[in-house]
Design a binder for this molecule. Structure first.
Ligand SMILES: NC(=O)c1ccc[n+]([C@@H]2O[C@H](COP(=O)([O-])OP(=O)(O)OC[C@H]3O[C@@H](n4cnc5c(N)ncnc54)[C@H](OP(=O)(O)O)[C@@H]3O)[C@@H](O)[C@H]2O)c1
Length: 378
């Protein structure tokens, strides 16, 4: 896709170490993207965003299930933007000899972990290992502890010795680590919303925190399932995985890392909408923290964060769906505090955040290819 002749990297910008890029890549860089699991919803959103990204020169969309099929047949919104078909294999040997290569894995949990070492050995044989940035959209490398991974995902990790070797890609809190990182674990959609809501409370003991998250049906991926089937979903609303969702472990790790003590009680809900995460987090204000101090913490944390919009009262899914923005709102009444977060699960909760991570990793402005409002009304 977008195949034009490769351009050399700026001087001193091309070489990566095994886990870090050694140079800062400039705005003029033209990179190659490879998407594994490209025919899913995450793959489709990556394609849409990367086709319009000024620093991406070519995209190789790899799909086992759709190999040979034109991309616009599975993604009709891309008709006229690409005539390419899905590749059956990435064919690492045929990638160009210069330029950064950004590999996005948009596969189900456990898939990348099972393939990682084989992939890395293929990149080494193809002579591209030092130019690859790998961004995983699944939960495979978000946790660093094998026992916690097994407890959260119900099976042992297929490549446990590599846990902890990926940078956790939450740009608003991990930008220094993401810049130049060659292995990035993209956060989960609920985890993104809840962590963005809670992390400004760093260093505090919050006690019991009640967290409710609502998701649309695209959170279950492109394959039809009973829980995403229109007749049984369109007029329904229910909780699921109450107190045992796999993102809980992911959130607890970063909260602990920021010195937040909290007994997090997370209940996800499935709502009759296609896109969106709406999270509501309630707690008692700790002693010494009032509303002004709470607002000041959010301003300090996100005043310069391009994709965080702080709103009065409740955020609206309508104003973030189709965008990489997360809207945060807060309200205090007496000692009771509530923080709301709204984002598009397929964009800020997934593919958009992955592109934001790519931008940071390659030394680009994090807004590149992502700075656009949504549609209104949706
Ligand atoms: N949906 C969300 O809101 C969301 C948000 C954040 C993170 N994620 C995570 O991102 C990843 C991709 O999610 P998605 O919503 O794009 O999923 P999806 O629509 O189900 O597609 C994932 C792709 O994975 C491949 N795949 C599906 N089932 C497979 C199987 N049993 N074995 C091997 N490969 C299989 C297919 O790839 P081919 O194209 O090769 O056939 C498919 O296109 C998942 O790990 C998911 O947990 C999802």
């Amino acid at each position: 896709m977008n195949r034009i002749a490769p351009r050399a990297l700026p001087c001193g910008a091309s070489r990566l170490t095994s886990s870090r890029h050694t140079g800062v890549l400039g705005q003029a860089l033209k990179s190659h993207a490879v998407i594994l699991g490209a025919a899913g919803y995450g793959g489709g959103e990556l394609l849409r965003l990367l086709l319009g990204h000024p620093n991406i020169q070519a995209i190789r969309a790899v799909s086992k299930s759709q190999a040979g099929q034109a991309v616009w047949i599975t993604n009709p919104n891309l008709r006229g933007f690409t005539d390419d078909a899905y590749y059956a294999e990435a064919d690492w040997d045929s990638l160009p000899g210069t330029g950064a290569i950004v590999v996005f894995s948009a596969q189900p949990h456990f898939e990348l972990a099972a393939q990682l070492e084989e992939l890395e050995s293929r990149w080494a044989s193809a002579g591209i290992a030092d130019r690859v940035t790998l961004i995983d959209l699944s939960g495979d490398f978000r946790l660093s502890n094998a026992a916690r991974f097994e407890a959260a995902y119900g099976q042992p990790h297929p490549c446990a010795h590599r846990l902890g070797s990926f940078v956790y890609g939450l740009p608003e809190w991990k930008a220094p680590e993401i810049r130049g990182a060659a292995r990035i674990a993209n956060p989960g959609c609920f985890a993104t919303a809840l962590q963005l809501a809670l992390l400004p409370l760093h260093g505090l003991d919050l006690g019991f925190v009640a967290a409710c998250g609502v998701t649309g049906s695209s959170g279950s991926g492109a394959l039809p399932s009973e829980t995403a089937h229109h007749p049984t979903r369109a007029h329904d609303f229910r909780a699921y995985k109450a107190l045992e969702h796999q993102h809980q472990a992911e959130m607890e790790g970063l909260l602990r890392g920021q010195g937040i003590t909290a007994e997090l009680s997370f209940v996800p809900h499935s709502a009759p909408m296609v896109r969106g995460i709406f999270a509501t987090v309630q707690f008692r204000l700790p002693d010494g923290l009032d509303e002004a101090a709470l607002r000041q913490r959010f301003q300090a944390a996100y005043g310069n964060a391009p994709f965080i919009r702080q709103v009065d009262g409740s955020p609206r899914l309508l104003s973030v769906v189709g965008t990489n923005f997360c809207e945060l709102g807060l309200k205090v009444n007496g000692r009771g505090a509530v923080i709301f977060a709204a984002l598009d699960n397929l964009i800020k909760g997934m593919a958009g955040q992955a592109v934001q991570n790519m931008n940071l990793s390659l030394g680009l402005s994090e807004k590149t290819g992502l700075w656009a409002p949504g549609v209104f009304p949706a």
